[in-house]
Ligand binder design. Structure first.
Ligand SMILES: Cc1cc2nc3c(=O)[nH]c(=O)nc-3n(C[C@H](O)[C@H](O)[C@H](O)COP(=O)(O)OP(=O)(O)OC[C@H]3O[C@@H](n4cnc5c(N)ncnc54)[C@H](O)[C@@H]3O)c2cc1C
Length: 397
């Protein structure tokens, strides 16, 4: 196999683009990343990191550095409109970490491996012959170009890969507020955890993101104008969740509203993940509603797997075909389950509570629900294998 260095040009410095850049650079590729904004994205605040994502971060050597900035979760629960528990899962429940901290740590690792970044460099599209088309008017040619440019991907559009884009009935706004002393003290009793409370078609997800910060996601239907008001409408939200009034007041006064917007959930489906020497990755290829907290997880798993496929076969076309065949079934399973979970939004409370009780108790159902997070990413085992030490018997004295 030839070992001549190959070159990749990547559109987008999000989670997918950054992990692809690191994994390729670790395998000898030279890599350049184009990011249309002048800096890494902070919006979104807290990211749920499930075991599959943690394994990718392990494989690319940044797990410990990333987890130092976050919170280990020990419990996940759902509650109904009377604030009664409908499901409780105890044990390791992943971590929640600030989006900016994850992105900064990945970008620093990429830079240390020689990856270069072009900030304020918007990509207009891709040529399947192997080039990104930049808004400066120039072409950035490469052995492989990757569109990791998010849900509105210009690369995907230019390659004609979109098969459907569904806007769901619901969406969310996300905020971060300081944790109270009482909340921190409660960690010692229950263990820090994620709590998802439903009332009618609204949902409040709370999860500590560090010792000091609480991440809150507030979700409602697109038609629910009161639920989407920014800054948050305390009366409207307290009407649905009276026992959370104090939290809503804190959010109203303490969140940085310049950073917050309500986003509608979407599912993007694509006919293929590549054309010629151009591939798409992450939300560009398979955006999903965030109900399983797996959008970034899937982007990272598939980014690492792409680099492994390109290592296994130097033929780019063959590698891209093998990569998609390997990863697409689980990604589509994740999209389906994220959508199914979201359908609970419009179910009557009694049926929804029953569904959560079943999820907590029926092993088969729980395994399907947790299948993505329990997946062992391609490339993980090889990266974690200890380096073989040469036999010492024949060492010269
Ligand atoms: C409410 C909500 C909560 C979520 N919570 C979680 C969670 O807890 N856990 C989880 O795993 N996932 C979560 N997700 C999903 C997750 O945010 C996305 O799936 C993930 O960010 C996708 O990563 P990406 O790299 O594909 O795209 P992005 O993160 O969107 O990155 C794309 C990058 O490309 C840049 N870009 C865009 N267009 C261009 C262009 N033309 N040229 C150059 N650069 C460009 C963008 O500026 C951006 O930096 C959530 C999503 C939502 C909406």
């Amino acid at each position: 196999m030839s070992t001549a260095a190959r070159h990749a040009e990547i559109a987008g410095a999000g989670f997918g683009g950054l992990v692809a850049a690191i994994a390729l650079a670790e395998r000898g590729w030279s890599v350049r990343v184009h990011e249309r904004t002048p800096m890494l994205r902070a919006e979104g605040f807290g990211i749920a990191m499930k075991p599959n994502m943690l394994k990718v971060l392990d494989a690319v050597g940044v797990r410990e550095a990333i987890l130092r900035g976050g919170m280990a979760l020990r419990r996940r629960e759902t509650r109904n409109d009377r604030n009664e528990a409908t499901m409780l899962m105890r044990g390791a429940a992943g971590h929640r970490v600030s989006r900016l901290h994850i992105a900064q740590t990945l970008a620093a690792r990429a830079a240390a491996l020689g990856v270069t970044f072009e900030w304020t460099s918007a990509v207009l599209g891709a040529d399947p012959a192997g080039a990104l088309l930049l808004d400066s008017g120039s072409r950035a040619s490469a052995d492989l170009v990757i569109g990791a440019d998010g849900i509105d991907s210009s690369v995907r559009e230019s390659l004609g890969l979109l098969s459907s884009r569904r806007h769901h009935r619901d969406g969310a706004m996300r905020v971060m507020v300081p944790r109270t002393a009482l909340e921190r003290a409660q960690d010692a009793v229950d263990g820090p955890g994620t709590c998802e409370t439903w009332s009618g078609t609204r949902r409040v997800v709370t999860s500590p993101c560090s010792e000091q910060e609480l991440y809150v996601a507030l979700s409602c239907l697109a038609a629910d104008r009161g639920g989407q008001t920014v800054p948050l409408d305390v009366e409207s939200w307290s009407g649905a969740f009276p026992w959370l009034r104090e939290l809503f007041e804190r959010i109203h006064h303490e969140a940085d509203w310049t950073q917050v917007r309500w986003v509608a959930f979407q599912t993007v489906r694509t006919s293929r993940w590549s054309r010629g020497r151009a591939a798409i990755l992450g939300d560009a290829a398979h955006a999903m509603p965030p109900n399983l907290g797996q959008g970034a997880g899937c982007a990272m798993v598939n980014a690492l797997s792409l680099a492994v496929a390109l290592e296994e076969s130097r033929d780019i076309g063959r590698a891209l075909t093998a990569w998609e065949a390997r990863e697409r079934p689980l990604t589509e399973h994740t999209q389906r389950w994220s959508e199914r979970y979201g359908q609970l939004t419009t179910w009557p409370e009694s049926l929804r509570s029953l569904a959560f009780t079943a999820l907590g108790r029926i092993g088969w159902l729980r395994r399907r629900y947790l299948r993505t997070e329990n997946h062992v990413p391609v490339g993980y085992a090889a990266a974690m294998r200890p380096a073989t030490t040469p036999p010492t018997g024949s060492d010269p004295l």
